[in-house]
Design a protein. Structure first.
Length: 92
């Protein structure tokens, strides 16, 4: 499994960082309180083993998301992460 996945926002799929965090938490089935902020544009998705870093555009919206996958991440979390990004209109 790759240790890093890069997702890009396409078309009209503009969401704020907060909306993206909320959507990922819901998609992965974790409480929003389990999304831990590590600084501007970087957060950990609970105990999934996934850390997401965002590239933000001039309007403050994320355009690229880099998901760092730990060696302890479960395959089902990575699969659900990809499905959630796709449902939000992002591509791998």
């Amino acid at each position: 499994m790759p240790s890093e996945l890069i997702f890009c926002c396409v078309g009209d799929a503009v969401v704020s960082e907060a909306e993206l965090r909320q959507g990922l938490a819901e998609g992965l089935g974790i409480p929003h309180s389990d999304v831990v902020l590590e600084g501007e544009g970087r957060f950990v998705l609970g105990e999934t083993g996934v850390t997401v870093s965002l590239d933000i555009d001039e309007n403050g919206n994320p355009t690229v998301a880099t998901a760092d996958i730990s060696i302890n991440a479960k395959v089902e979390h990575v699969t659900q992460l990809c499905k959630t990004f796709q449902a939000l209109g992002w591509v791998l």
